[in-house]
Design a protein around this ligand. Structure first.
Ligand SMILES: Cc1cc2nc3c(=O)[nH]c(=O)nc-3n(C[C@H](O)[C@H](O)[C@H](O)COP(=O)(O)O)c2cc1C
Length: 347
């Protein structure tokens, strides 16, 4: 798959190209790097408001920390796609230039967020109601940067207003180099099922690569999505939080591998966000990595209760030492589990 000057290839021959979907509160450099190393060929950044970029605040600086992009430049293992959203076309173009200055290899514009507050402000998926404005946002951004611009969107506003095929045409005309499609309507948010037929139809008319997205809960789902739709890449969101090994085509990982990854993630998150926030924000991943494992409830509690970074690392390392042999367990996440975890308030 070609995105501007970048050629993306599968992690292993015969695999679909898999990418990490942009996720607010999740797609920081630590998690991006983990996914890239495990085989994600493009990694999404949590979306950033174009006004936040202009603020030059500490928060903005942290969101704009693209230190992993330099690693991708040097190693070629992945590409960083930094995502912007907003309602001011000049600020979106200026923000894209800032992304480029900070090393992003790709700029992604969010036309898919269905959060009411964001829609009310004319951001995210609100653009699906005005394709001329959507066209101008893409065009102006394409003209502002040298790196390729891609977009991520949904299939339409609601079941009676599915306009993804028109969106594909408009973003292509405006110069976008790929399109990510979450196969739900805006009104659906995360309910019901993603309708992959629309990804297939979009793929038929598109001259740019289509990244299919929605309801890929395990590697086999990714294979099924590609076979069903012909999409050039499969973009994975929620499943990657529980199972970043999905990018290597795996159902899960041994307990030892999971503990080792958890230790690394906690340590890096401590560096990135400071001890307190770092530990807190890694907990949602840890709860998923160790979900459903037998005989772990006591340990689980200790992990969840550990306050400091060192204490948490100690618990994990002690656990690793106590393992007699690697234990395999299935980390596949069902749709019902994803719903039970309350995901879907963003994006
Ligand atoms: C916690 C969370 C945060 C998200 N944040 C974003 C975001 O910042 N930008 C975006 O385009 N989509 C965002 N999304 C949507 C995902 O990128 C993806 O489209 C959606 O989860 C469907 O894919 P999945 O079934 O593989 O999870 C978010 C989803 C979740 C669960």
């Amino acid at each position: 798959m070609q995105i501007g000057p970048h050629e993306l290839t599968p992690y292993l021959p015969g695999m679909p190209i898999l990418t990490l979907a942009p996720m607010a509160g999740v797609g920081n450099w630590v998690f991006r790097l983990i996914c890239a190393r495990l085989g994600a060929r493009m990694v999404g950044v949590e979306f950033i408001n174009c006004r936040t970029i202009a603020e030059h605040s500490r928060r903005a600086d942290r969101l704009l920390d693209f230190c992993d992009a330099h690693i991708y430049d040097q190693t070629g293992i992945s590409l960083l796609a930094a995502q912007i959203y907003g309602n001011d076309l000049d600020l979106i173009a200026a923000g894209a230039q800032e992304f480029e200055r900070r090393g992003a290899q790709i700029v992604d514009i969010n036309f898919g967020c269905s959060v009411p507050l964001i829609l009310r402000k004319g951001c995210g998926a609100a653009y699906l109601l005005d394709l001329d404005r959507l066209y101008r946002a893409v065009r102006q951004t394409v003209e502002a940067v040298k790196v390729p611009v891609i977009v991520k969107t949904r299939i339409g506003w609601d079941q009676d207003a599915i306009n993804i095929l028109e969106v594909v045409r408009r973003v292509e005309d405006a110069g976008a180099k790929a399109i990510g499609i979450h196969a739900r309507t805006v009104v659906q948010k995360y309910q019901g099922q993603a309708d992959w037929d629309w990804i297939a139809r979009a793929r038929e008319v598109a001259t740019i690569p289509v990244l299919g997205n929605g309801d890929v809960f395990c590697y086999e789902d990714a294979l099924r999505m590609q076979a069903h739709t012909g999409c050039q890449a499969v973009m994975i969101g929620r499943a990657a939080m529980a199972n970043p090994w999905i990018f290597a085509g795996r159902r899960g990982a041994s307990l030892r591998e999971r503990i080792e990854l958890a230790v690394e993630q906690v340590r890096l998150m401590g560096q990135y966000k400071g001890e307190r926030t770092g530990v807190m924000e890694t907990r949602k991943h840890l709860a998923l990595y160790f979900k459903g494992l037998p005989r772990t409830s006591d340990l689980r509690l200790r992990i969840l209760r550990a306050e400091g970074l060192n204490q948490l690392v100690e618990v994990l390392e002690e656990w690793a030492r106590s393992l007699a042999a690697d234990e395999e367990a299935d980390l596949t996440l069902s749709a019902a589990e994803a719903a039970a975890l309350g995901w879907g308030s963003t994006g």
